[in-house]
Design a protein around this ligand. Structure first.
Ligand SMILES: NC(=O)c1ccc[n+]([C@@H]2O[C@H](COP(=O)([O-])OP(=O)(O)OC[C@H]3O[C@@H](n4cnc5c(N)ncnc54)[C@H](OP(=O)(O)O)[C@@H]3O)[C@@H](O)[C@H]2O)c1
Length: 175
């Protein structure tokens, strides 16, 4: 939804979960890992980090924070034996996508949580930046070839489509 349609409490909650919690958890765990000289952190951003996201402004911006924060602390802590992975999935069929039946139903490019997690966990310790799932990797690579203005437009159209799907389902339910 457009920025000001989102209730303030929801907007703050999103920043709290996506930005504040990631920062606080990393700060909480790193000193112990540093003392042991080993450890691993996996921070989950999203393909929405690729460009500004009209209709998803806070979510997309919060994921840019996660990406840059994760890559920055990697440089600080890798020399101390700590592995810091930046995991950037595209769509996965989980309850955060319950606004769309199409996403919940899944598809080749929208795996279920178990398939995605199995694939992502296999990459732990092997790659530092990854989508976590090979078909997402292909999508991500092709998507990045498009100019930013085109990605913004495509993203906006996709989110408008999800919003229409959500609205029509909700209106249908209240009838
Ligand atoms: N699914 C996708 O398509 C997708 C794509 C790209 C990135 N991601 C990222 O992947 C990560 C995991 O999401 P998921 O797909 O696994 O979704 P999910 O199954 O809906 O899990 C989200 C988790 O976040 C917790 N959560 C949500 N709002 C919260 C709040 N206000 N306070 C405390 N906890 C809260 C939920 O807790 P409860 O179980 O108690 O509700 C749940 O454990 C997220 O960072 C998401 O942005 C997901």
């Amino acid at each position: 939804m457009p920025l000001c349609e989102m209730p303030t409490s929801k907007a703050m909650e999103m920043i709290n979960v996506n930005v504040v919690a990631v920062t606080r958890m990393s700060r909480m765990l790193l000193p112990g890992m540093e003392a042991r000289g080993r450890g691993a952190i996996v921070n989950v951003s999203s393909g929405s980090e690729l460009q500004p996201h009209p209709m998803w402004a806070i979510y997309g911006a919060s994921k840019v924070y996660v990406r840059n924060f994760t890559r920055a602390i990697r440089h600080e802590y890798a020399p101390k034996g700590i592995y810091v992975q930046h995991l950037s999935p595209l769509f996965v069929s989980t309850k955060m996508n319950n606004f769309s039946k199409k996403l919940l139903d899944g598809s080749l490019f929208v795996p279920d949580a178990e398939t995605y997690a199995r694939s992502a966990v296999n990459l732990l310790g092997r790659v530092q930046n990854t989508t976590g799932y090979w078909l997402h990797g292909i999508q991500y690579t092709f998507y990045k070839l498009a100019p930013e203005w085109a990605r913004i437009k495509i993203g906006q159209l996709m989110l408008k489509d999800f919003r229409s799907e959500y609205m029509s389902n909700n209106v249908a339910k209240t009838k």
